[in-house]
Design a protein. Structure first.
Length: 112
Protein backbone atom coordinates (compact mmCIF):
# COMPACT_ATOMS: atom_id res chain seq x y z
CA UNK A 1 0.00 0.00 0.00
CA UNK A 2 1.28 3.50 -0.86
CA UNK A 3 1.91 5.80 2.09
CA UNK A 4 0.44 9.29 1.79
CA UNK A 5 2.39 11.59 4.11
CA UNK A 6 0.74 14.96 3.65
CA UNK A 7 -2.79 14.88 2.19
CA UNK A 8 -4.50 18.23 1.76
CA UNK A 9 -7.91 19.23 3.09
CA UNK A 10 -10.68 18.56 0.55
CA UNK A 11 -8.58 16.16 -1.51
CA UNK A 12 -10.30 12.87 -2.37
CA UNK A 13 -8.41 9.58 -1.96
CA UNK A 14 -9.22 5.91 -2.23
CA UNK A 15 -9.18 4.50 1.31
CA UNK A 16 -9.45 0.98 2.66
CA UNK A 17 -11.98 1.25 5.50
CA UNK A 18 -11.72 -2.40 6.61
CA UNK A 19 -11.86 -3.77 9.23
CA UNK A 20 -15.14 -2.29 10.42
CA UNK A 21 -17.86 -2.99 12.96
CA UNK A 22 -21.63 -2.81 12.75
CA UNK A 23 -23.04 -0.23 10.34
CA UNK A 24 -19.74 1.46 9.49
CA UNK A 25 -19.01 1.84 5.79
CA UNK A 26 -16.69 -0.94 4.77
CA UNK A 27 -14.42 -1.96 1.90
CA UNK A 28 -12.50 0.51 -0.27
CA UNK A 29 -14.26 3.86 -0.79
CA UNK A 30 -13.30 7.26 -2.05
CA UNK A 31 -12.94 9.56 0.97
CA UNK A 32 -12.72 13.32 1.35
CA UNK A 33 -9.98 14.49 3.70
CA UNK A 34 -11.67 17.09 5.90
CA UNK A 35 -9.06 17.62 8.61
CA UNK A 36 -7.16 20.92 8.30
CA UNK A 37 -3.75 20.88 6.61
CA UNK A 38 -1.98 21.72 9.90
CA UNK A 39 -3.40 18.52 11.43
CA UNK A 40 -2.64 16.50 8.30
CA UNK A 41 1.04 17.46 8.41
CA UNK A 42 1.41 16.91 12.19
CA UNK A 43 -0.53 13.68 12.80
CA UNK A 44 -0.40 10.13 11.47
CA UNK A 45 -4.20 10.19 11.06
CA UNK A 46 -6.66 12.21 9.01
CA UNK A 47 -10.37 12.91 9.36
CA UNK A 48 -12.33 11.69 6.36
CA UNK A 49 -15.87 11.64 5.02
CA UNK A 50 -16.49 8.54 2.88
CA UNK A 51 -18.26 8.79 -0.47
CA UNK A 52 -20.89 6.38 -1.70
CA UNK A 53 -22.70 5.93 -4.99
CA UNK A 54 -25.96 5.51 -3.06
CA UNK A 55 -27.57 8.95 -3.25
CA UNK A 56 -29.91 9.57 -0.30
CA UNK A 57 -31.54 12.93 0.40
CA UNK A 58 -30.64 13.20 4.09
CA UNK A 59 -29.73 16.46 5.83
CA UNK A 60 -26.30 15.06 6.82
CA UNK A 61 -25.32 14.07 3.28
CA UNK A 62 -24.60 16.12 0.18
CA UNK A 63 -24.08 15.15 -3.44
CA UNK A 64 -20.73 15.95 -5.03
CA UNK A 65 -19.13 15.00 -8.34
CA UNK A 66 -16.18 12.62 -8.12
CA UNK A 67 -14.50 11.24 -11.24
CA UNK A 68 -17.37 12.66 -13.30
CA UNK A 69 -20.03 10.74 -11.34
CA UNK A 70 -22.44 11.87 -8.61
CA UNK A 71 -21.49 10.63 -5.15
CA UNK A 72 -23.00 11.14 -1.73
CA UNK A 73 -20.65 12.54 0.91
CA UNK A 74 -21.64 10.59 4.03
CA UNK A 75 -20.90 13.15 6.75
CA UNK A 76 -22.71 10.83 9.19
CA UNK A 77 -19.83 8.36 8.66
CA UNK A 78 -17.05 10.84 9.57
CA UNK A 79 -14.03 9.04 11.02
CA UNK A 80 -10.35 9.30 11.81
CA UNK A 81 -8.19 6.87 9.86
CA UNK A 82 -4.46 6.19 9.64
CA UNK A 83 -2.80 7.77 6.61
CA UNK A 84 -1.70 4.25 5.67
CA UNK A 85 -5.32 3.54 4.69
CA UNK A 86 -5.12 6.19 1.93
CA UNK A 87 -3.98 5.02 -1.49
CA UNK A 88 -4.24 7.00 -4.71
CA UNK A 89 -5.55 10.55 -5.00
CA UNK A 90 -8.70 10.86 -7.11
CA UNK A 91 -9.18 14.62 -7.14
CA UNK A 92 -10.29 17.58 -5.04
CA UNK A 93 -13.59 19.17 -4.12
CA UNK A 94 -14.77 22.31 -5.88
CA UNK A 95 -15.16 25.37 -3.61
CA UNK A 96 -18.98 25.09 -3.64
CA UNK A 97 -18.70 21.43 -2.55
CA UNK A 98 -16.22 22.40 0.18
CA UNK A 99 -18.70 24.93 1.58
CA UNK A 100 -21.52 22.36 1.49
CA UNK A 101 -19.45 19.84 3.47
CA UNK A 102 -18.41 22.45 6.04
CA UNK A 103 -22.01 23.60 6.43
CA UNK A 104 -23.23 20.06 7.14
CA UNK A 105 -20.42 19.46 9.65
CA UNK A 106 -21.29 22.73 11.42
CA UNK A 107 -24.90 21.61 11.62
CA UNK A 108 -23.92 18.19 12.99
CA UNK A 109 -21.70 19.66 15.71
CA UNK A 110 -23.75 22.78 16.53
CA UNK A 111 -24.94 23.07 20.09
CA UNK A 112 -28.54 23.94 20.81
Amino acid sequence: MVSINNPKQFDIYWANLNPTKGSEMQKVHPCIVISPDVMNSALKTVLVVPLTSTIIDWPFRTTITSSGKPSSAACDQLRAIAKERLTSKIGSLKPIEQRAILHILQEIFATN
